[in-house]
Design a protein around this ligand. Structure first.
Ligand code: SF4
Length: 401
């Protein structure tokens, strides 16, 4: 028998779907694909209601066994055709939970499977997942259990180097001082040390040393002073904002798109409508200055909300990822996303003079629902962001000031 280590953050353990009370149900407004066995099960069901709905509302695509058919959503209310009047799933109600397709039975849960480890997470496209992440300081505390299986999983082992980098990065966000931007700056410096280490086992002492120096420099304000000395790059900020606006405008009809568009329109008003006499740089400075108010009103003294957010992103994406991009390039993408979320929330605070935790939940879940609810969309989105990288991943530092 083989030991399998299962690791998951606390909020994965605690998650429960809130069903009817959900602010935007996951059975509406986006593409849902069914695997081959599920398509056949529904088309040939003995239950007339399921069979009839399946024949009318599953488009057979045969793209792969995992993607055999796509659900055709209602043009009237964007709901899944299998959703009943009480907003409950008729497949679940009539055929039972075991009849659900892989997509429907797992969302919002995700897993990364390695030879002798499984890392579990949740998708921020679910508003309840986002609420749990931003409302519990310990949401990202990692828990481990051991499961016994007959065989190891049919997958490569998690490289030790990746595991160590991820844990160090998570720990940097747990240092109880400084803003989230300072912690990201510390991670950039940490990754530059990692890049010089060829053998992780013999280099672990250097990493521990670098970690302790950075922790001291966060606490004594040295990193804050260094970060403040970096030059502004409003061209980069302008390009990211405009590129994200274009991307999300095209997604305004998908699940979460309407919610996100409300915040984007507020930003557009600020950029073009209200401030005709001000330059772009002045408007952005004005918006960015509201971030301090967002922090004061919504975060505790430890800024844990966005530290949790970054811990989540590192965990969810399996940073440093081994996806063909460099570590700094992957970090650049995470920071570019954060910058846009920060600008939307700061604009909301500037325009309304107030911000609630609900705004943070709405912006984060709708952002992820429209850009990252599956790997294909996420890849397209990241290719899109990359267009304004200015040829240098270290330009991410200019998005922190
Ligand atoms: S989005 Fe999340 S909370 Fe809402 S219905 Fe789906 S799983 Fe439940």
């Amino acid at each position: 028998m083989k030991n399998i280590t299962i690791t998951q953050p606390q909020f994965v353990t605690d998650f429960k779907c809130i069903g009817e009370a959900c602010r935007e149900h996951c059975c509406q407004g986006w593409n849902i694909t069914f695997d081959k066995p599920s398509v056949n099960r529904y088309l040939n069901s003995k239950q007339l209601q399921i069979r009839t709905t399946a024949k009318a509302a599953i488009k057979i695509t045969k793209k792969s066994p995992a993607n055999w058919g796509e659900v055709i959503f209602s043009t009237k209310n964007s709901n899944c055709p299998f959703m009943d009047a009480a907003k409950l799933c008729s497949i679940h109600g009539i055929l039972g939970a075991e009849a659900l397709s892989t997509t429907c039975s797992t969302f919002p849960r995700t897993s990364r499977i390695y030879k002798n480890e499984i890392e579990r997470s949740l998708n921020l496209s679910c508003p309840e997942v986002t609420r749990m992440l931003v409302s519990n300081k310990d949401a990202m505390a990692l828990n481990q259990i051991t499961d016994i299986q007959k065989n190891f999983n049919n997958a490569p082992a998690l490289p030790l180097k990746d595991k160590i980098i991820n844990l160090f990065c998570q720990n940097i966000f747990s240092i109880p001082a400084g803003s989230v931007e300072i912690h990201i700056y510390a991670i950039v410096k940490f990754l530059m040390v990692v890049e010089k280490i060829e053998n992780i086992e013999s280099g672990i002492g250097r990493l521990e040393n670098a970690y302790h120096i950075l922790a001291d420099e966060i606490v004594n304000g040295k990193l804050q002073t260094e970060l403040a000395g970096i030059n502004q790059n409003y061209n980069l900020k302008s390009s990211i904002i405009s590129l994200m606006q274009t991307f999300f405008k095209e997604k305004s009809h998908t699940r979460g798109g309407g919610v996100l568009q409300k915040y984007i329109e507020q930003l557009q008003q600020q950029l073009i409508g209200e401030n005709e006499l001000c330059s772009f740089n002045e408007i952005i400075q004005d918006i960015e200055s509201s971030w301090l108010n967002v922090s004061e009103k919504c975060f505790d003294h430890d800024y844990y909300v966005f530290k949790n957010y970054f811990k989540y992103k590192f965990w969810q994406q399996g940073f440093p990822q081994r996806n063909g991009r460099s570590m700094l390039n992957n970090l650049y993408l995470i920071v570019a996303e954060f910058y846009f979320i920060k600008i939307l929330l700061s604009t909301h605070e500037l325009v309304n003079g107030s911000i609630e935790q609900d705004d943070i939940i709405d912006v984060i879940y709708s952002f992820h629902s429209t850009s990252q609810h599956n790997q294909t969309i996420q890849q397209i989105f990241h290719q899109h962001i990359e267009k304004v990288r200015c040829g240098d991943d270290l330009s991410l530092l200019q998005l922190l000031i």
